[in-house]
Ligand binder design. Structure first.
Ligand SMILES: C[S@@+](CC[C@H](N)C(=O)[O-])C[C@H]1O[C@@H](n2cnc3c(N)ncnc32)[C@H](O)[C@@H]1O
Length: 249
């Protein structure tokens, strides 16, 4: 297999919406010993980005003894309901999904971008090869697609409806390191529509969830016009707004 494929050369993997704003030379997809990764070049230069549950920061974070104290865990309500079924409608690099699955949640994950979807599938494949992660991996299930259509279509499907829908549509603007900022810029190209879509996603999610919807937002982001959260969990750079599900449907 070739070591490096440009987006243009790997066209079978992607659809135009994935790289409408990227020039052919802006993005590399690597297939190598590390797995499948993407790397911005030129204006969008980054190091390789991959979904990595095995080594690196996410693995260290998941082994932390205070994992229950993670804001995402508190917002989902895991302490009271450890076996919560979560639908992560905006999976991205699956970091939040992995934290939730490590804590015992069953996590159904959906991602619209085909390129990011490839990274997720590859990350899960490598995770399944690790004996220590076997139990966590059985709780993570990925489907490629648009969560808005999915939640709207399946809103009365009791077998698919989760206890909690989790929405984290945008990579936040404020990142600590220059590299993280560049990664954020690269990824914003994939999810440019997401911010305008948030109101629609939230509306579909309150009917799809059985218990509640959690929305991760930059700390100072405005609330949606039509819905007020029941409460928010606030950190230094972001907050988690919790919306009660609409059970009258
Ligand atoms: C900020 S990232 C999520 C990061 C993730 N929480 C993590 O822990 O890595 C947002 C992701 O949501 C995806 N997304 C946005 N709207 C979507 C939709 N309607 N359906 C599926 N995925 C969507 C974007 O493509 C992007 O990859």
């Amino acid at each position: 297999m070739a070591e490096r494929l440009s987006v243009q050369e790997s066209i079978a993997l992607v659809e135009s919406s994935d790289h409408a704003l990227l020039k052919e030379s802006d993005l590399w997809i690597h297939f190598d010993a590390q797995g499948v990764s993407i790397q911005g070049v030129g204006e969008y230069a980054t190091s390789k980005v991959l979904v990595d549950f095995v080594g690196g920061a996410l693995s260290r974070r998941s082994q932390h003894k205070h994992l229950h104290g993670e804001m995402v865990a508190k917002a989902v309500g895991i302490k009271k309901h450890p076996d919560t079924k979560v639908f992560d409608a905006t999976t991205g690099l699956a970091r939040d999904s992995f934290i939730l699955a490590t804590l015992g949640c069953r996590v159904d994950m959906m991602e619209q971008s085909n390129i990011i979807g490839c990274l997720i599938v590859d990350g899960l494949r490598r995770g399944r090869e690790e004996a220590d992660l076997a139990a966590t991996m059985t709780r993570m299930h990925f489907k490629q697609g648009d969560s808005l259509s999915y939640m709207t279509l399946e809103r009365n499907n009791q077998a698919l409806r989760p206890d909690v829908v989790y929405l984290d549509p945008m990579f936040p603007d404020r990142q600590k390191t220059a590299l993280a900022k560049k990664e954020m810029r690269l990824f914003q190209l994939f999810c440019l529509e997401a911010e305008t879509e948030l109101d629609l996603l939230l509306e579909a999610a309150v009917y799809f969830a059985k218990r509640h919807v959690v929305v991760k937002r930059p700390l100072k982001a405005a609330l949606p016009v039509d819905r007020k959260p029941s409460h928010s969990i606030t950190g230094r750079s972001c907050r988690f707004d919790v919306y009660v599900a609409n059970t009258e449907a």
